[in-house]
Write a protein that binds this ligand. Structure first.
Ligand SMILES: *Cc1c(COP(=O)(O)O)cnc(C)c1O
Length: 644
């Protein structure tokens, strides 16, 4: 497993071997891999105690009951296979709807290869191989994000997989709350030797770095205590922890503290609302950070932080989004980190989490092969406008955040069931364990790996797929997460997005007689929206009805064969509170709409088309075709038909 593969030189030709392909051109490659490794699995079984007699006789397959079962199984499988023909054709460059595309062959093959071994990554007892791969995936992603990825380093990052970004976001909340409340528990237990904060407010408001350092000091202090003493202190602290008491008893015991708030931007994914409910914080604790031009409004955020400080309202975490789900925009992570540093100094400490479920893999473009950050000019080479200086600064600042969510099953092009949570400093994770020993046995790499072999102690889930971990690991090994490897694929999506934007302007000019069309704000990544309004119309309701009809034609209709569809797109709405007043005015003026026609009900927001440009074959260089051009030609026809 650890023998280094020969390094192919990466080029466009490499990408041709990466996917099954729009026409399943690489069918023989996948078939060869699947058959080869299925046989390999068979031989593995056969070589395990071959002296055991055959429990299924060689004539079993002749029995009528066997044959009847096989027939029934085949029937159901055929029914399933037939039904699945209605599936969404994610693999096609005609699919530019939601966040899905073709699957990377190394990941798909690794997943299929691993499935019959059925490893369970809850613990190494059930997954002697794939648990280690999962911990290594955490390090691969940490490196991509700019965190320390060397397990020999005491402050090395740690990451693990989850079923998806939603659960990774829960894990971020869980870890942030554990870190925030732990110093308060240490004080309550009456441990004075550790240099604890002077009061509950200060303890609850440590900078996360200071809180992690305190956890580490506590571990070292315990390690040198006599066994009986150690046990006594562990029990005392455990009894005072928020995880033991629950929110109600914890805050009753600390009247100077309030339940902390989570601050997330207006356009944040709804998993944050789910997470606040799940943790028992309540949705009322989810505060919205105002936005301007679909990105966090830093001035407004500062005002909110100042108000929280005045009112002694603690904050659990500020969430910045790298690639919003609806618009692909990137929040100013650097400014959020800077604000956190300032407010932590003033006694309002909180965690900064980056929700990069969608955009995390964009960071591949920002990494050299040695893991160092590329300059803005280096990244920008070959693109029209990407990355904006703001986007570059945001990605560069991830290194100073506390944790990140990334979805390998989105821009990592891997099968579902692969989200990831990564925290900057692994020493905090001891607070998540069920049976915490709090004792750190040095910091050597072997200890790091050993510690995390009991993943079930830390993850929100229990049993989980080792095959998914194998898929992510192998994919990242074959396509390292830097600009020269995986980044080639990411670059294609950015090129497609830039081509889309250019073509959208041309579409707007050519069809101005029937429709006003506009890319409503500059995309930061590979999601591009298009706002449309029939020429001469002033009313939001009429514009929304028009876009809804267009979208109805562009979306999956379970009653219709997918083969009938020319293209697939998706839709979203422009929320006035995410655009800011100047944004609304600019967009409504350009579309010829009257903002006064926004109402309080169905038409309180403007409906727009949304396009996810992640298929690597949107621009087909082999045949000199652009599916982006074809899409706009199709859209022009439909717009003319609907407006006429
Ligand atoms: C997709 C997404 C999520 C949720 O991830 P799942 O994998 O669907 O659970 C969270 N945040 C953002 C920004 C997303 O794009």
């Amino acid at each position: 497993m650890s023998t280094a593969p020969p390094s192919p030189s990466f080029s466009a030709h490499t990408l041709d071997a990466c996917f099954l392909g729009p026409y399943a051109q690489n069918d023989t490659l996948l078939e060869k891999l699947v058959v080869e490794f299925l046989r390999d699995h068979v031989y593995w079984r056969r070589n395990f105690h071959p002296e055991d007699p055959l429990a299924i006789s060689t004539s079993a397959a002749l029995h009528p009951d066997y044959l009847a079962f096989e027939a029934k199984m085949r029937r159901e499988l055929h029914l399933l296979s037939a039904a699945l023909k209605k599936s969404v054709p994610f693999h096609s460059p005609r699919y530019i709807g939601h966040m899905a595309s073709d699957l990377l062959l190394p990941g798909l093959a690794a997943q299929i290869l691993t499935l019959p071994y059925n490893p369970n990554n809850v613990t190494e007892d059930a997954a002697p191989v794939t648990v280690e791969l999962e911990v290594k995936v955490g390090l691969q992603l940490a490196r991509m994000l700019g965190y320390v990825d060397d397990p020999m380093h005491p402050e090395c990052a740690f990451g693990h997989l989850t079923s998806g970004g939603t659960v990774a976001n829960y894990q971020a909340l869980r870890l942030a709350l554990a870190q925030k409340a732990f110093p308060v528990a240490l004080r309550a237990a009456g441990i004075s030797e550790l240099g604890l904060p002077e009061d509950d407010w200060a303890a609850f408001n440590l900078h996360p770095r200071a809180a992690t350092a305190l956890v580490a000091r506590w571990g070292e202090w315990l390690a040198q205590a006599a066994p009986a003493e150690r046990k006594r202190w562990q029990m005392k602290v455990a009894a005072a922890r928020i995880e033991q008491l629950g929110l109600v008893e914890f805050f009753a015991a600390h009247p100077a503290l309030k339940v902390p708030k989570v601050l997330a931007p207006v356009t944040a994914h709804y998993s944050w609302s789910k997470g606040c409910k799940l943790l028992g914080l309540g949705r009322a604790q989810l505060g919205q950070l105002p936005e301007r031009g679909m990105r966090i409004d830093v001035d407004a955020m500062e005002a909110i932080l100042a108000q929280c400080l005045r009112e002694r309202q603690p904050i659990l975490m500020a969430v910045a989004v790298l690639g919003t789900t609806e618009y692909g925009t990137i929040d100013p992570i650097d400014a959020v980190v800077a604000a956190r540093e300032r407010f932590a100094q003033r006694g309002l400490g909180f965690a900064v989490h980056v929700d990069a479920a969608w955009g995390g893999y964009l960071a591949t473009l920002f990494r050299n092969e040695d893991g160092s950050l590329r300059s803005r000019d280096e990244v920008a080479h070959g693109f029209d406008a990407f990355p904006t200086p703001a986007a570059h600064a945001a990605v560069a600042a991830i290194a100073d955040t506390d944790s990140v969510t990334v979805d390998p099953h989105k821009l990592g092009y891997l099968p579902y069931g692969a989200g990831a949570f990564i925290c900057r400093d692994h020493r905090a994770t001891v607070l998540l364990t069920e049976a915490a020993d709090y004792v750190f046995h040095g910091t050597a790499s072997s200890d790091y790996m050993t510690r995390y072999r009991s993943l079930g102690q830390i993850i929100p889930e229990g049993s989980k797929s080792g095959a998914a971990a194998a898929a992510v690991y192998v994919s990242h090994q074959v396509l390292p997460l830097d600009h020269a490897h995986f980044g080639l694929l990411t670059a294609r999506t950015i090129e497609a997005a830039e081509a889309f934007r250019t073509r959208a302007h041309q579409f707007a000019e050519e069809n101005a007689d029937v429709v006003a069309a506009l890319v409503p704000f500059d995309p930061d990544s590979n999601l591009v929206c298009l706002a449309l309004n029939p020429a001469g119309n002033r009313s939001v309701a009429v514009a929304n009805a028009f876009v809804r009809r267009l979208h109805d034609e562009l979306r999956i209709d379970p009653g219709h064969p997918v083969q009938d569809k020319q293209f697939f797109g998706s839709a979203t709405t422009l929320k006035p509170e995410a655009l800011g007043d100047d944004g609304i005015q600019r967009i409504f003026a350009a579309l010829g709409l009257d903002a006064a026609t926004l109402d309080d009900a169905a038409d309180s927001k403007l409906m727009i088309l949304r396009h996810t440009l992640m298929n690597p074959y949107l621009i087909d260089r082999e045949n000199g075709i652009s599916y982006i051009d074809l899409y706009f030609e199709h859209l022009a026809k439909r717009v003319r038909a609907l407006a006429g």
